[in-house]
Design a protein around this ligand. Structure first.
Ligand code: PEP
Ligand code: MG
Length: 323
């Protein structure tokens, strides 16, 4: 098994008709880094920094964050590392930060909304990220973006972080790629405008599906409503891909849905060429992608996008997955 892994590690995922597909890792803990490298990840598409915050007894200071981010960037030796700013709330909380009881936490005060309400705490993270960006190709990602004001405020805070570091005479890199998570349905509609503000999109299907279909991702009772192949999900992704193409905005999908072979076929057919996922899935995805034909997948999806029922879509996709 170990041998098979190392054989596959240096193989680049390429469809039969020669389209290269990037496979990157979602990471949370520093221990995920070696796992990602061992499985041949082409960098990090999503570094969930909330785990760093969750493992401290208070907000980690700038240097603690810098040391960790720098270590991740260095270990990936020139491959891009996408660091997402703190994404708490919903189902994740910090023991040292009091969040109010809410009736609908997933639709409440979470993620970028908290960060922008506490700019002092947020700026510490941005400073640490700008410092770590001196160590290699680091990309900065903002979660739960639902309007343009948020992304503009984030960019203003980056400028302030840079100014602070400048004043302290600390080395930093201000010119880094910045991106928005596309995980709220409104962001799909807003994508042409967001594209003018950011360098890349990170499509978060875990949240996008739950918000599109009003089905809590963590509630097993509504699991059958949480349906990645629902026509509305596929149409949303289709729309985002076409905006990304026409605006020249990079797009990486970082939700779990890519780990389902039928969904993977659908996503390749919709034109996604960049995935980030839990690294142990990478060899499996490579095997599937290497057997796919991207133009055949595109033809299947033109058909699938006409269908109104997700079980018909799954049936269609499955019928093309039998080798
Ligand atoms: C997502 O929402 O799809 C995502 C990748 O982020 P998270 O799972 O951390 O919410
Ligand atoms: Mg999310």
């Amino acid at each position: 098994e170990k041998e098979r892994l190392s054989l596959l590690r240096d193989v680049i995922a390429t469809t039969r008709d020669g389209r290269q597909v990037f496979l990157r890792a979602n990471i949370g803990l520093i221990s995920d880094v070696d796992v990602a490298i061992r499985h041949g990840a082409q960098g990090v598409g999503l570094y969930r920094t909330e785990f760093l915050y969750m493992t401290h007894s208070g907000f980690p200071d700038r240097d603690q964050q810098y040391q960790l981010y720098k270590q991740v960037v260095e270990k990936f030796a020139g491959m891009p590392v996408t660091i997402r700013t703190l994404d708490i709330g919903g189902d994740k909380s910090l023991p040292y930060f009091r969040q109010p009881q809410e009736n609908n936490p997933f639709m409440g005060w979470r993620s970028i909304r908290i960060s922008l309400d506490y700019p002092d705490i947020f700026q510490v993270q941005l400073e640490a990220i700008l410092m770590a960006a001196t160590a290699g190709p680091l990309r900065l990602l903002f979660p739960m973006i639902s309007n343009l004001n948020e992304i503009r405020s984030c960019k203003e805070l980056i400028r302030q972080a840079a100014q602070q570091l400048e004043q302290e005479g600390i080395p930093y890199q201000e010119h880094i790629k910045i991106g928005a998570m596309i995980e709220i349905p409104a962001a799909i509609h807003l994508a042409p405008h967001l594209a003018k503000e950011v360098d890349f999109f990170a499509l978060g299907t875990n949240d996008l599906i739950q918000y599109l279909l009003a089905a809590d991702r963590s509630n097993p009772r509504v699991q059958n409503h949480y349906d990645p192949l629902h026509p509305a999900v596929l149409q949303s992704i289709d729309r985002l891909v076409s905006v990304a193409r026409s605006e020249g905005t990079e797009l990486c999908l970082c939700g779990e849905m890519a780990t389902d072979p039928a969904c993977l076929l659908a996503l390749i057919g919709l034109g996604i060429r960049d995935f980030s996922l839990s690294a142990p899935y990478i060899p499996q995805l490579k095997n599937i992608i290497n057997q796919l034909d991207s133009s055949a997948a595109e033809a299947i999806m033109r058909q699938a996008l006409e269908l109104g029922d997700s079980s018909d879509i799954r049936h269609l996709l499955d019928s093309h997955l039998e080798y």
